[in-house]
Design a protein around this ligand. Structure first.
Ligand code: NAD
Ligand code: MG
Length: 407
């Protein structure tokens, strides 16, 4: 057997990171957790470092890193601890690492993902926000430096699996992204203006971090995934369709000109796409309960409610606009979701704030990396100012009804 793959797990303490480590635990001959990276969760990192004994542990937060270091020294660990954004990005490009699991949430993962691409690593991408921000730049960096990009977002992993060699070919008519519809899909009478963070984070089919759970409830997650699919596979926006599939068993589909639709099916468990990408092109056990075709629920499909969940069309529009529009959309969404989770913005204010920020900022049609980062910063500043002034709903075409201001 060949030498084990040496992994750098960005976002090791999160939902994606922990599920990746579950696969590592099942295949110790195949994978080594060389580097674990997180924000500031000392307790979780301590226990992961004790179990996996990584060469390197990286925390973004310096105080947390000091605590982690003290805890590890007390337990006689050899793991080296470093802190800060530069060390974090460097860890993804280190010579000791061959595979990088991009599992940080949001724009915070961008620098490390880019560093991994520049170093020609095999990158397993969950962190869709970073790709949304920098689509053309990131894909060019991957290409120019001979990196390998494998999607672990379940939909994109499914598309990858049903495309020949994971690439778009002539004769593909449509890419169909399935969407659970989130926790509010079957509650048409529910006043979305008054839903709470707890309700929004209770996803019917998947257990995920809080930010992506809110994105799933607003359908922004699917919007970001449309942009992600565009950059990963080169499909035009008009050929990427979203369909609500409440059972989350068909993880996505590709429709061909000859009338074939190829789908990937399985129980909703992220360990399937993670294990697929980790082992690719081989297959390994992921610890996932096999899908019982006889006992599974009937599979149903219906169109998304675009009026009730405007984030989906905001994302399509940003993709069509191109340039810095997706980065502005993403940054405004990150601020809006954080404000919603802190009860400073109602659920229905999320698309209004994003729309207001997109309307307020001039877009750069062909940004380089500094211009993308400047657009991200400007969008965050603009969103924060609109939130502080309470004027986040004013430029929106959807500001009718309750919930325009917080009570
Ligand atoms: P999570 O909130 O559970 O975990 C986030 C991880 O990122 C944590 O380890 C945290 O410490 C780390 N992190 C956050 N900010 C950081 C910073 N500034 N520096 C360093 N580390 C930082 O999130 P998640 O659900 O695991 O999602 C991670 C990414 O994967 C997101 O982009 C999400 O859209 C994507 N994704 C998740 C799932 C899922 O099932 N959870 C599915 C598909 C895609
Ligand atoms: Mg997904």
């Amino acid at each position: 057997m060949s030498a084990p793959a040496r992994l750098c797990i960005l976002g090791a303490t999160g939902s994606i990171g922990l599920q990746t480590l579950d696969i590592v635990r099942r295949h110790p001959q195949r994978f080594v957790a060389d580097t674990l990276v997180a924000n500031r969760n000392v307790e979780s990192m301590l226990s992961l470092c004790r179990e996996f004994a990584p060469r390197l542990a990286v925390l973004a937060d310096a105080d947390a890193a000091t605590q982690l270091d003290a805890g590890l020294r007390r337990s006689g660990s050899d793991t080296r601890v470093v802190a800060g954004a530069t060390a974090l990005a460097e860890s993804a490009a280190a010579a000791d690492v061959d595979t990088v699991v991009a599992g940080i949430v949001g724009a915070a993962g961008l620098a490390a993902n880019l560093a991994a691409a520049r170093a020609g690593k095999r990158i397993l991408l969950a962190n869709k926000e970073a790709l949304v921000m920098t689509g053309p730049l990131f894909m060019a960096t991957v290409r120019d430096h001979g990196a390998t990009l494998l999607p672990i977002d379940s939909e994109h992993n499914a598309v990858f699996q049903v495309l020949p060699e994971g690439r778009l070919v002539r004769g593909v008519r449509k890419v169909w992204l399935t969407c659970s519809g989130g926790p509010f899909r079957d509650l048409p009478e529910l006043d979305l203006a008054s839903v709470t963070p707890e309700q929004a984070c209770k996803h019917p089919n998947w257990s995920m971090g809080r930010k992506i759970s809110v994105d799933s409830a607003t359908l922004m997650n699917k919007g970001l995934e449309v942009i992600e699919a565009h950059w990963l596979f080169g499909a035009p926006a008009a050929d990427i369709e979203v369909v609500i599939h409440p059972q989350s068993i068909v993880h996505s589909m590709v429709e061909y000109d000859d009338g074939s639709i190829l789908a990937q099916l399985g129980n909703p468990d992220m360990r399937t796409p993670i294990a697929h990408a980790l082992a690719w092109p081989e297959r390994i056990d992921a610890g996932v309960t096999p899908l019982d075709l006889i006992a599974m629920p009937a599979l149903t499909f219906r169109p998304p409610d675009r009026a009730r969940f405007p984030c989906l069309d905001l994302a399509y529009a940003a993709l069509q606009q191109g340039g810095t529009a997706p980065a502005v959309l993403n940054a405004a969404n990150e601020v809006a979701v954080a404000a919603f989770l802190e009860r400073r913005l109602p659920f229905t204010g999320i698309p209004m704030l994003i729309e207001a920020v997109l309307a307020a900022l001039a877009l750069d049609p062909q940004p380089d990396l500094p211009a993308v980062l400047a657009a991200d910063a400007a969008a965050r500043e603009c969103a924060a100012a609109l939130l502080a002034s309470g004027r986040w709903g004013e430029s929106s075409s959807r500001n009718a009804g309750s919930g325009r201001t917080m009570g």
